[in-house]
Design a protein around this ligand. Structure first.
Ligand code: ZN
Length: 411
């Protein structure tokens, strides 16, 4: 998913989240790609039959007509799309004691793994929301002198990849052997084990190195993990990607879980680091040079002129760009509204040329409008969350839209 696809998908889910129904009238159906449509249809027909027991007449009617609506859509589907499909349908509360039957069909950005039929006063969105969470990859390694486990963290999923045991003897020598000789052999055995760990870890991590491996997290008791890191046993490119060492008690599969828990903060800090970098640069340019631009109109002009190197947009921006035209003459203008402002707003005033009523010709989300221009102009796009100080500042102080310029402009 690109940043923009992600943004669009997030907005789609937000829109669904804001819809509510009465009682349990909103239906969500998750259909994975391997599910037979005929099986889904037969379950829905069952539900339709059972719904006849619902006491409230309006609920009964609404549930049954939602089911009818979903069934009629399934009729034209021979099999589910490649990644599966989710259908949301129900009588949405639109205020003023009114409801309106609405259907939304979503083809998920990732493979759908579950089949689910869900009936509630809100749509069931958790599996789709999970797809929004970051799918970054980290290499995991937990070790002590006895045991080591290498694994991967992809998104929120931890997968153990390789488990190793050592033959390193305990600290106490056996009788008969000289203590010094014993210690020497033990050190050799430890170095051998570290080398073996490194070989297996390299096998797991190296193939991913240029495919978005964000970093390596290492866990274990002190001072073993420090010794391992300091000894630079890992391939030098992997060694460079070590992002932290954490104390964990276990060095098997459960140690991997423990490591991810401990490293949680570090991981989210790393995610924010790129956004932070962009914001820091913007702030520096703002103070020291003329390569910073902000405010919707100014940034749009700079974008259209191809002068923007990095477009910074707040992830919390909720505005739409509306094309307004005259119902009678050629007059046209564009305006930006906050998303909530013109819900159902119909009075747009009159044409300044001929005084006929104005009407909405076209509307787009401002973020999508600006990023579309950015893509044409080869501008880098950075969607900035409000989870950190400068990110919140972009939203509050700069209207959520800013840019780092390629060259000085007077637009
Ligand atoms: Zn007009």
């Amino acid at each position: 998913m690109s940043e923009i696809e992600r943004y669009e998908f997030k907005r789609e889910l937000e829109a669904l989240e804001n819809k509510s129904g009465r009682g349990t009238e909103l239906i969500s159906v998750y259909i994975p790609p391997n599910k037979q449509i005929s099986d889904v249809a037969s379950q829905l027909r069952d539900e339709h039959g059972q719904a006849s027991n619902i006491k409230s007449k309006s609920t009964r009617t609404n549930v049954q007509s939602a089911l009818d609506s979903i069934l009629s859509r399934l009729k034209y589907m021979k099999k589910p799309p490649e990644r599966g499909v989710v259908i949301f349908c129900g009588a949405i509360d639109i205020g003023g004691d009114k409801t309106q039957m609405e259907t939304t069909v979503i083809e998920p950005p990732e493979l759908l793994g579950i089949y689910k039929y869900h009936c509630d006063s809100a749509f069931f969105l958790d599996p789709l929301k999970d797809m929004l969470s970051d799918k970054k990859t980290y290499g995991l390694l937990v070790l002590d002198k006895r045991e080591a486990t290498a694994g991967l963290l992809i998104g929120k999923q931890i997968t153990p990849m390789k488990h190793m045991n050592s033959t390193v003897p305990g600290k106490q020598g056996r009788g008969g052997q000289s203590q010094r000789r014993f210690e020497r052999l033990r050190e050799i055995a430890i170095a051998d084990f570290y080398n073996r760990i490194a070989r297996h870890a390299n096998d797991v991590f190296l193939p991913l190195n240029h495919k978005g491996l964000e970093g390596i997290l290492i866990g274990g008791p002190s001072p073993t993990k420090e010794e391992f890191i300091k000894g630079e046993f890992l391939h030098h490119e992997i060694q460079q990607k070590i992002r932290g060492a954490f104390d964990v008690a276990y060095t098997d599969e459960s140690g991997l879980n423990e490591l991810v828990d401990k490293a949680g903060e570090t991981i989210s800090d790393l995610d924010l680091a790129i956004e932070k970098n962009h914001m820091d640069r913007f702030m520096r340019e703002l103070v020291n040079s003329k390569l910073a631009s902000y405010g919707e109109d100014e940034v749009r002009r700079n974008l259209q002129a191809g002068a923007v190197q990095v477009l910074l947009i707040s992830g919390d921006l909720r505005k739409k760009r509306v094309k307004i035209s005259c119902s009678n003459c050629e007059y046209e203008k564009e305006e930006t509204f906050k998303l909530i402002d013109n819900q159902g707003k119909t009075d747009l005033g009159n044409c300044p040329k001929c005084s006929s009523p104005l009407k909405i010709k076209e509307e787009t989300d401002v973020v999508l409008e600006l990023t579309a221009i950015a893509e044409q102009m080869g501008t880098q796009i950075s969607i900035i969350s409000t989870d950190f100080e400068e990110g919140a500042q972009l939203y509050r102080a700069f209207g959520g839209i800013a840019a780092i310029l390629r060259y000085e402009t007077r637009l």
